[in-house]
Design a protein around this ligand. Structure first.
Ligand code: ADP
Ligand code: MG
Length: 337
């Protein structure tokens, strides 16, 4: 069967089964957490674990050169990886970068990409420690692998949400999707400067990694970054936790700017908040009696948190403003659909 018919998630399951069928013992024991979370967790020492993650950007699939500057793209390529490290509660250590370039690529383009990546590396304290450079027959492909560190056994997974836990998100949802919709509608930061925060949310996301680490220390029960959209990501968290939940549409934190853009484009902003991807905020669950100190903890990082729902043992549903529940659909974006 072709991978396009299989879909991304089924393909990953099949690949995971192949690896599980031929375990690399005794090294396997060092994998505290393998395939299925934001990042892998590896035992490397007595009191620290390593966290490792990788993400790839392909021209025409993840970015278009007309819409994004190489500086912003370089920033984003690293930012999405440190975002996954933060999702486990880890601090970034360093990253490796593989670039596959058509021979006709202007060196200026990839040098600007590296300037943006270096800016991100400096902000997050995640230096680039090496990589690989190869030729690509057509599109540009860039793959970043980042590693981070966390106290032994302290990584926060997707699977720890328990019945009655509050479902929370950091920041606002849908700004990135709003920025993308504006770009797709032919707008640019130059002609619509009032929407710069929305364009930036899409082109130069700044995951609140320090805040995520504070949440991990603050005792949240499960956490992941919001990369595919709340509906899809929450479905994965609730599946990993073996639980269901209720999310209330009225409680979704949507910025005034995103609401303004939605009105102008005549689109529902809730759709961006629920299904729009690439927010690079954090989705977390926490026992109700452990929530109280979190807002002040996050405020130290300039980050807000909103309770959007609760974990329960029924189906995962989105409750609209009229109180009507709809079952949250399966993941909205699969790479091979
Ligand atoms: P995220 O959206 O957080 O980046 P993904 O959806 O890309 O996560 O990946 C889900 C899980 O599957 C992760 O644990 C990832 O490491 C694993 N995974 C994805 N592709 C592969 C692959 N080709 N081989 C092994 N594991 C993979
Ligand atoms: Mg992730």
């Amino acid at each position: 069967m072709r991978v396009g018919e299989l879909g991304e998630f089924v393909l990953i399951e099949r690949l995971a089964a192949i690896l599980a069928g031929r375990p690399a013992y005794p090294a396997e024991g060092r994998i505290r957490l393998g395939i299925g979370d934001d990042a892998a967790v590896l035992e490397v020492g007595r009191d620290r674990d390593w966290v490792a993650t990788t993400d790839t950007l392909i021209e025409g699939v993840h970015f278009r050169r007309e819409w994004t500057s190489p500086e912003d793209l370089g920033w984003k390529a690293l930012a999405v990886n440190v975002s996954d490290l933060g999702a486990m509660g880890a601090a970034p250590t360093a990253a490796l970068v593989c670039i596959a370039l058509p021979t006709g690529t202007e060196s200026e383009w990839i040098e600007c990409f590296y300037r943006g990546m270096a800016d991100c590396a400096a902000v997050y304290g995640c230096p680039i420690a090496g990589g690989d450079t190869v030729r690509s027959p057509s599109a540009i492909a860039i793959s970043v692998t980042a590693v981070g560190a966390i106290g032994r056994g302290a990584a926060v997974t997707r699977s720890g949400a328990g019945n009655g836990d509050l479902i929370c998100v950091t920041g606002t949802l849908g700004d990135s999707a709003a920025g993308l919709a504006l770009l797709a509608g032919g707008h640019s930061p130059e002609d619509r400067p009032e929407y710069v925060p929305l364009f930036r949310a899409h082109l130069r996301p700044a995951p609140p990694v320090g805040a995520a680490r504070a949440l991990a220390r603050g005792g949240v029960s499960a956490m992941m970054d919001l990369s595919d959209g709340l509906a899809s990501d929450l479905a994965r968290l609730s599946e990993a936790s073996g639980a269901g939940g209720r999310v209330f549409q009225d409680r979704l934190p949507i910025s005034l700017l995103a609401r303004g853009a939605a009105e102008e484009l005549n689109l529902p902003p809730e759709e961006w908040a629920v299904r729009g991807g690439e927010d690079y905020e954090y989705l977390f669950t926490v026992a109700p009696d452990r929530f109280a100190p979190l807002p002040a903890l996050l405020a130290q990082h300039g980050v807000t948190a909103t309770i959007v729902g609760e974990i329960c043992d029924a189906n995962l549903v989105l409750v609209d403003s009229g109180g009507e529940p709809t079952v949250l659909p399966p993941p909205a974006f699969s790479h091979f659909d």
